[in-house]
Design a binder for this molecule. Structure first.
Ligand SMILES: *[C@@H]1O[C@H](CO)[C@@H](O)[C@H](O)[C@H]1NC(C)=O
Ligand SMILES: *[C@@H]1O[C@H](CO)[C@@H](O)[C@H](O)[C@H]1NC(C)=O
Ligand SMILES: *[C@@H]1O[C@H](CO)[C@@H](O)[C@H](O)[C@H]1NC(C)=O
Ligand SMILES: *[C@@H]1O[C@H](CO)[C@@H](O)[C@H](O)[C@H]1NC(C)=O
Ligand SMILES: *[C@@H]1O[C@H](CO)[C@@H](O)[C@H](O)[C@H]1NC(C)=O
Ligand SMILES: *[C@@H]1O[C@H](CO)[C@@H](O)[C@H](O)[C@H]1NC(C)=O
Length: 788
């Protein structure tokens, strides 16, 4: 306008003429296009105000109809029709319609919603190269998303909700550089979500709900702007998606997720809506979700989430909806949920909560269901196994030694059951769990409370692990985590999220069995916890997808770091070798472990095939039995009669009732013998010879006795202590089981051996101060400055 100052009048006139002329031309062509659109859309009521003389660029925009012009060219066109009322007539052509639309070349925003558009989405839409926002929801579009749209590099928002589009999502969607909103709800898409979505760095909203997507969700943790992820009602899973922590809305309901809930979720400080309902999520429900600072809607209903709730948990004040129904939660409903605002919705039926008497299961139900919970990768096509193999593959009354000895399962079902009885893919695993059966088991498993108290020492509660956790702990079963392999499976060392180490035994199931078949077994394992047993921390079932039968069982045990008892007696260099006092303490530990196995649970666990190499030492040199057997409750597996006995174990109940406890006492005698003489015993003959020598030594003099004991300890052991140990050892090794001492007798003698040794120590320490009892804290050396 500065130029216009000198020749004001002329210039103004010219300008106006040019402007009018220019405007008129464009306006007319684009106006004609709009009128054509009106015709092609069969004159919908929303466009009833349009006629050839309408000033399109200057009409007031409404929520149904908006035309925005920039320099007399249309940049935005919104036509929102009448709720998908009807399809356009048969002579409608989507192709000619889009041909008409693309003659509005500057369109940046195109919304054509609920207009009854039908037909495939034409690729020529890509000629609108400035398009930034497209919303063509609630029409009848079908077919795939055309490849040509990949050239729409300015596209920020693509919304095609409520159509009938199908096929797989193209990979190129992931390379649209500025895509921020992708919403394809309620279509017929299938296939997996493209991995390329991990690269959609601008993505804010991803809504793929109500389609037929399946498989794992790609890693979206790098999408720092992602705020809304809606995957409801697909077949996605089983792993929880990897996500960034900026999410505001996360909807995973009605899918096939079966993992645990990752701990990171508790750090999603912006999360307002969390819907995990109708999946098979397992493992503990993190109560911290209730107190997320932004949470208003939390729905975890219909999962298999476990854990205790407490009165005193805290909740976010803004919570409006909390739905915990149909899980395996126990404990008390938090007070903060009950005392919230009036309009707050709190649902919690079908759990095992005690505060709520309304429609709750007994707590045993949740316990048992929790034990039966599973996870599942795709089943690999298993080879057909010959029927003959199965009968011989059975160990009689023993289901197996856990840990190093392995765990053997009785698998006596028809081998072809899997083929003939095909169960639906989505069957809930726990449907099969018969509470009747397991409550019987519970009543069988009466525990001696005193022993239980001891056993509870310092271990986290037994729980179900998710496959995800197990994989993470072992770095996907990395070879560096591999510890060894026995006949019944591999052993891995793992590290849990909290930093603690675990030992994981992986047992591959050869036959098709539901988790129910293993429940009683798992139940027993979960109860066999004691200071002197390597105790199970939990388990994880891996199930086949198609029939939910168990493919592998992972048993997660405490990790006992300090080697085997043998390595500290007869293999260790002198420096690592246990002192006499430490040896007695280890023997006492083993005896207490045996006592617990025999009497801590009813029926007791006998014939444990104890070996010195299966006794592990923890960092405080506490001895723990790592291999023990579990009696199988025969009614659960059907035809057990085919089984034959492995090893020295007599499975018949009469034998068990009589002397089977003395089998462990004999094995304990062998351990004691090695503890005393300090070298491995290679044959039965050697054992018998040594036993006779000890027998003679007891009657002989001190020097004779000391000559038999391990040279590494013979200077520090008191004769009376040594003599007691020899006596009890010889008695344990008695040929006649009846003559062997009871475990209690053994324990009493060992404790006596300790006491005399200790008494001697406290006298002698004042003079030379050398041996230190292993059970006392090590003394600080004088003259050393602390490091920090
Ligand atoms: C076009 O519509 C306007 C009202 O929207 C009306 O006033 C005008 O008469 C119409 N013109 C024609 C040619 O129908
Ligand atoms: C479709 O057919 C109707 C008559 O049935 C006609 O009025 C209309 O113009 C036709 N539309 C197209 C796009 O051919
Ligand atoms: C698409 O447009 C319709 C009509 O304006 C609107 O109701 C709907 O929310 C839009 N879709 C999305 C995902 O924003
Ligand atoms: C995916 O959808 C397409 C088109 O509807 C169909 O032909 C194909 O069989 C589907 N694939 C699967 C695995 O369901
Ligand atoms: C929780 O989700 C389920 C399934 O998605 C739904 O049926 C239920 O109504 C939801 N609960 C609440 C309180 O919204
Ligand atoms: C809540 O109660 C449980 C058991 O009643 C208790 O262990 C826990 O320490 C309590 N927590 C707080 C924060 O008071």
């Amino acid at each position: 306008m500065a130029k216009a100052i000198s020749h004001f009048a002329l210039l103004v006139l010219t300008f106006m003429l040019v402007q009018l002329d220019y405007s008129e031309q464009l306006q007319s062509s684009q106006a004609q296009t709009l009128v054509r659109i009106q015709r092609l859309l069969n004159y919908p009521t929303v466009l009833s105000s349009w006629n050839s003389s309408t000033d399109f660029c200057n009409t007031e925009p409404t929520s149904f109809l908006t035309v925005v012009c920039y320099e007399e060219s249309i940049t935005q066109l919104h036509i929102i029709g009448n709720k998908r009322a009807h399809m356009l007539p048969l002579n409608f052509s989507m192709d000619s319609f889009i041909t008409t639309i693309v003659s509005l070349p500057d369109l940046k925003v195109l919304k054509l919603v609920s207009l009854g558009l039908w037909g495939p989405l034409p690729g020529k839409l890509s000629r609108l190269s400035s398009l930034e926002i497209v919303n063509m929801s609630s029409n009848f579009l079908y077919g795939a998303i055309p490849q040509e749209l990949s050239s729409l590099t300015s596209l920020q928002t693509l919304i095609l909700d409520e159509n009938m589009l199908s096929g797989r999502l193209p990979d190129w969607l992931g390379s649209l550089p500025v895509l921020a909103v992708l919403s394809l709800r309620k279509n017929l898409f299938n296939g997996t979500v493209p991995k390329s979505f991990s690269d959609l760095n601008s993505l804010r909203v991803l809504a793929l709900s109500h389609n037929h997507f399946y498989g794992e969700v790609p890693d979206l943790s790098g999408l720092t702007y992602l705020q809304e992820l809606d995957l409801e009602d697909n077949a996605l899973g089983p792993q929880f998606p990897k996500l960034g922590n900026k999410l505001v809305k996360l909807v995973l309901s009605k899918n096939r997720f079966r993992s645990g809930i990752p701990a990171e979720l508790s750090s999603y400080y912006q999360l307002q809506r969390l819907d995990l309902s109708f999946n098979k999520f397992v493992g503990p429900f993190p109560p911290s979700l209730l107190s997320l600072p932004s949470i208003t809607y939390l729905n975890i209903s219909e999962n298999k989430l476990t854990g205790m709730l407490f009165d005193n948990l805290s909740c976010n004040d803004g919570l409006e909806v909390v739905d915990l129904s149909s899980n395996l939660l126990s404990g008390h409903l938090p007070n903060c949920l009950l005392s919230g605002p009036k309009n707050r919705v709190v649902l919690y039926t079908r759990n095992c909560l005690t505060t709520a008497n309304e429609n709750q299961h007994p707590s045993s139900f949740c316990q048992n269901e929790a034990l039966a919970v599973g996870i599942l990768p795709q089943r690999k096509k298993s080879k057909q196994v010959s029927k003959a193999v199965l009968v011989s593959a059975i160990f009689g009354g023993i289901i197996g030694g856990i840990l190093l000895a392995g765990l053997v399962f009785l698998l006596a079902r028809r081998i072809n059951a899997r083929k003939t009885i095909k169960r639906p893919q989505t069957r809930l695993i726990a449907e099969n769990a018969s509470t009747g059966y397991t409550s019987k088991l519970l009543s069988d498993a009466r525990y001696i409370s005193q022993t239980m108290k001891l056993g509870a020492l310092g271990l986290p509660a037994y729980r179900t692990f998710s496959l995800e956790e197990v994989e993470e702990a072992t770095n996907n079963f990395n070879t560096s985590a591999f510890m060894g392999e026995g006949s019944q499976g591999q052993m891995y060392r793992g590290r849990l999220k909290d930093g603690s180490f675990v030992a994981i035994r992986c047992l591959k199931m050869k036959k098709s069995h539901s988790t129910r078949n293993f429940m009683h077994h798992i139940e027993l394992i979960s109860k066999l916890r004691h200071r002197h047993l390597v105790s199970a921390l939990g388990h994880c079932f891996e199930c086949y997808l198609d029939d939910s039968s168990v493919s592998r069982i992972f048993l997660i045990f405490e990790y006992v770091p300090n080697g085997t008892l043998r390595s500290r007696i007869s293999e260790g260099r002198a420096r690592r070798s246990l002192t006499w006092t430490q040896r007695i303490a280890a023997a006492i530990g083993v005896a207490k472990g045996i006592q617990f196995l025999h009497t801590g649970i009813v029926p007791g666990v006998y014939s444990n095939n104890l070996k010195i190499t299966d006794i592990l030492l923890d960092q405080n040199l506490v001895a723990k039995i790592s291999s023990y057997n579990l009696p199988l409750l025969t009614e659960n597996t059907g035809k057990v009669g085919h089984g034959t006995v492995s090893g020295s174990v007599d499975p018949t109940t009469s034998a068990r009732a009589q002397h089977v406890d003395k089998v462990d006492v004999y094995d304990f005698g062998l351990i004691l013998l090695e503890i005393i003489v300090g070298r491995p015993l290679n044959s039965k003959n050697e054992v018998d010879t040594l036993k006779d020598q000890l027998q003679a030594g007891i009657a002989a003099d001190r020097a004779a006795r000391l000559s038999m004991v391990d040279p590494a300890v013979n200077k520090s052991c008191l004769d009376q202590s040594l003599k007691t140990m020899m006596e009890i050892c010889v008695r344990c090794l008695h040929k006649n089981p009846v003559e062997r001492p009871s475990v209690e007798d053994v324990l009493w003698n060992l404790q006596f051996a300790t006491q005399v040794q200790d008494a001697w120590h406290s006298q002698s320490q004042s003079s030379d101060g050398s041996p230190i009892s292993p059970l006392q804290p090590p003394r600080l050396h004088h003259g050393h400055r602390s490091q920090k």
